[in-house]
Design a protein around this ligand. Structure first.
Ligand code: FES
Length: 163
């Protein structure tokens, strides 16, 4: 939990931070380093300013998430698992994003977008590159749909993604 909080604040756990945590917890730095290098959600270097995650688990994969990820790689100019040279974007193709019924699922930062097939991925990337994704009415994230309408009134995928 401490490591997660620190990573949220700093973006990653550097060697220096690793030593600091170890000292506070009265452990050896290697004990912290082992955790950081073992768990994929922990990082030694930060992601880009806009971090994009694509689900690759079976339900999303069957609905086209591999093509979604490849499209985002091309459009955003960043290879999966990497940060773009200018530090603006990073892309991660990862296990379940906990929205399995509406795949392919893409997260941009903490916002979740559903039914992002290859075609929708092109549109999403265009809006993201223009800095207009969050203000777009074409894509409404799961989180924003909940805020703007109670769940009982939300027609799930139709209200979140206009086709
Ligand atoms: S399988 Fe994609 S969100 Fe769970």
């Amino acid at each position: 939990m401490v490591i997660h909080l620190i990573q949220d604040e700093l973006g990653a756990i550097s060697d220096e931070t690793c030593e600091w945590i170890a000292e506070k917890l009265e452990l050896q730095p290697i004990n912290i380093k082992e955790l950081i290098t073992f768990y994929p959600m922990l990082r030694e270097t930060p992601w880009g300013k806009k971090h994009v995650r694509v689900c690759r688990t079976l339900p999303c994969a069957l609905r086209g998430s591999y093509a979604t990820c490849q499209t985002l790689e091309k459009k955003l100019g960043v290879k999966e698992g990497h940060v773009r040279d200018d530090g603006e974007y990073s892309l991660e193709f990862m296990e379940c994003l906990a929205d399995c019924g509406e795949g392919p699922v893409v997260m941009v930062g903490e916002e979740t977008y559903e039914n992002v097939d290859e075609k929708q991925a092109r549109r999403l990337a265009d809006l993201l590159l223009k800095g207009k994704l969050e203000s777009s009415s074409d894509f409404v994230s799961y989180e924003n749909a909940l805020v703007s309408k109670p769940v009982s009134e939300t027609k799930k995928s139709q209200s979140r993604l206009k086709k």
